[in-house]
Design a protein around this ligand. Structure first.
Ligand code: UDP
Length: 254
């Protein structure tokens, strides 16, 4: 599949098989706003170490990620891993931050937005909060994330209201699987998986304070707030070990 030929010279960093697009938030926004203006359909994956490890072990999911137009480094682990491999990534671009900026752009340019994902009350609350914050935002539809991916009604309802941006908050791999299907019916829209972001928008889950984010300890903050995440978080040291092994292999190959 042709990847973003019109926008850039390829500027990618490979971390354990996942190709990241190496742009700052400002650069991403500039590229994306150009694509939105031209209605160039765009599929964005915001990949953290969990996604990288999952893709490494699941070729079908890896294929979905490879077919995305952009992959951002959502997680300091990815930025650290890239640096360890000698191919630094400019900065972390989280799904939540990018979504917030894109919502701002949508309000400014009157791009219709669709929110899909999370529990029904959470999705509605997230939409209410966005409307409170961005008075001009045009949210053309809201749907929870608990439905069968084979349910064509959900897809048809989204397509019918012609959104320019669809934010899909269902966690991986489900959100990317859904986007890969939706993309065929909505080739002109920006489609982006945003994980647990609606819970944050709705105010159910608090984002770590800026100083915690700056100290690269957001993962610890999330663990303290949601101890049940521990099982998922063992993937972080596994990721760093895998990066270390890849670095060793690189050094031996030289
Ligand atoms: N979710 C969903 N449908 C499902 C399973 C999960 O909409 O079938 C939602 C869930 O309610 C939560 C989000 O997906 O809002 C996943 O959040 P998580 O914190 O796991 O994602 P992360 O940000 O860590 O990728």
């Amino acid at each position: 599949m042709a990847k973003k030929m019109e926008d850039t010279v390829l500027n990618q960093v490979n971390v354990l098989g996942t190709e990241f697009d190496n742009y700052t938030m400002a650069e991403f926004l500039q590229i994306l706003s150009g694509r939105l203006a031209k209605q160039h359909g765009t599929f964005i994956v915001t990949a953290n170490p969990e996604i990288v490890m999952y893709a490494k072990d699941h070729p079908e999911y890896a294929r979905l990620v490879a077919e995305a137009d952009f992959v951002t480094a959502d997680g300091i682990g990815v930025v650290k891993g890239a640096a360890m491999l000698g191919t630094p990534i400019k900065e972390r671009v989280t799904g939540f931050d990018l979504m917030e900026k894109l919502l701002g752009l949508a309000a400014e340019k009157n791009y219709p937005v669709y929110l899909i994902g999370a529990k029904p009350t959470v999705a509605d609350q997230a939409a209410t909060k966005v409307r409170q914050k961005l008075r001009n935002i045009n949210i053309v539809g809201v749907h929870d994330g608990y439905f069968s991916l084979t349910d064509e009604n959900v897809m048809a309802n989204i397509v019918a209201v012609k959104p320019a941006m669809v934010f899909v908050a269902m966690g991986f791999p489900r959100q990317e699987e859904f986007i890969a299907q939706l993309r065929r019916h909505l080739p002109d829209a920006l489609l982006m998986g945003v994980g647990g972001s609606f819970d944050v928008l709705a105010g159910n889950v608090k984002r770590a304070p800026q100083w915690v984010q700056n100290a690269h300890l957001e993962w610890l903050y999330r663990l303290a707030k949601e101890p049940t995440r521990l099982k998922r978080m063992v993937v972080l040291p596994q990721f760093l070990l895998a990066v270390r092994a890849a670095r060793k292999k690189q050094a031996n190959a030289r």
